[in-house]
Design a protein around this ligand. Structure first.
Ligand SMILES: Cc1cc2nc3c(=O)[nH]c(=O)nc-3n(C[C@H](O)[C@H](O)[C@H](O)COP(=O)(O)O)c2cc1C
Length: 312
């Protein structure tokens, strides 16, 4: 079994530092999609925001950059510049992010109720650039009618693929994905489909891949954070001693984050990650809460390693 497994973009979590450490310690992931970056007009570039996709930060793994924005001209400018500077030839447009500040500015999932605008963006980018364009979307912001309408319109454009997370924006990450609607969406589109959502175990992957044979690649997001062995498990790879491998990965991650994020930034980052690592470490809510109350980075690392040792 050798399915295409891609790491989902998780803004604030799967930065290049995390991606590189993850790929040094765990196998099974074929390519990564970077968390979204803003699109900018040619004259007003803020190159600092591109650090995450600098080729020297991403030599180990094939990477698709993702852009956020609603101005076709800014998106075209940004893609052209990222191609000139870094050689990227394919880009993903985020029309699925449900966070309210993003949606309020008619970006991310806020674009889904505006099919004319999305179509204009896709038409302009595909006409004015030679780059491969893909979209990452939800079913809609408020209603799956939005996604249905959009998919029919997009059938006429040369898109590379569509990543579909089968929830509405309004649902954030709650409830279960709407697999019946996902199936319907697959039947509407003529584009290649990448599935994203709630693959937390090898069994989840098995069920979904049997149900949706038309999917050509599978994104793993929170599932890879809860269990970084997930891609290896799905591909039936040799895994060995999970606990010692996780422990070495964890220390490597802390060491890589410290010079970049400093003590406070590393602590904040680790706290966010432990919401997911708690599943791997099989700790209770109380144990997680007392871990998250720690305010000194070194104490936090010591306490979290202690929790991993208890697991033995
Ligand atoms: C904290 C967080 C940050 C995310 N950031 C992005 C992002 O930058 N771009 C994007 O397209 N999706 C983003 N997503 C959505 C994920 O890529 C993915 O589609 C979603 O989490 C469902 O997949 P999962 O259940 O495998 O995590 C984010 C999700 C979470 C939870």
């Amino acid at each position: 079994m050798n399915p295409q497994l891609w790491l989902a973009p998780l803004h604030g979590i799967t930065s290049h530092t995390f991606r590189n450490i993850l790929c040094r310690h765990f196998g099974g992931i074929d390519c990564y999609m970077a968390p979204f970056l803003p699109s900018q007009p040619r004259g007003k570039l803020n190159k600092r925001v591109w650090q995450d996709i600098f080729p020297e930060h991403n030599s180990a793994v094939p990477l698709t950059p993702q852009l956020m924005g609603n101005r076709p001209d800014y998106l075209v400018d940004t893609m052209q510049i990222l191609h000139e500077l870094f050689g990227y030839e394919q880009f993903n447009l985020n029309i699925g992010c449900p966070s309210s500040p993003v949606v309020r500015h008619k970006r991310g999932c806020g674009l889904m109720p505006h099919p004319d605008l999305v179509e204009r963006i896709v038409a302009e980018v595909t006409a004015k650039t030679p780059f491969r364009l893909s979209l990452k979307m939800r079913l809609g912001l408020h209603d799956a009618k939005e996604g249905r309408d959009l998919l029919s319109r997009l059938n006429g454009y040369p898109l590379d693929f569509l990543v579909i997370h089968p929830r509405l924006g309004d649902e954030l990450y709650e409830g279960t994905p709407h697999w019946d609607l996902f199936e319907e969406f697959c039947s509407i589109t003529r584009h290649r489909i990448v599935y994203s959502g709630d693959i937390f175990s090898k069994e989840d992957y098995k069920t979904l891949s049997e149900k949706f044979p038309m999917v050509f690649a599978w994104m793993l997001g929170r599932g890879m954070l809860r269990n970084p062995f997930l891609a290896e498990e799905i591909k039936n790879q040799e895994i060995g001693d999970k606990l010692s491998r996780f422990g070495i990965f964890y220390l490597d991650l802390v060491e890589a984050l410290l010079p970049i994020r400093g003590e406070n930034g590393t602590l904040a980052n680790l706290k966010e990650l432990w919401h997911y690592f708690a599943y791997f470490a099989q700790i209770s809510d109380e144990e997680l809460h007392s871990l998250l109350r720690i305010v000194v980075m070194k104490d936090f690392v010591e306490a979290s390693i202690h929790l991993l040792h208890i697991l033995k």
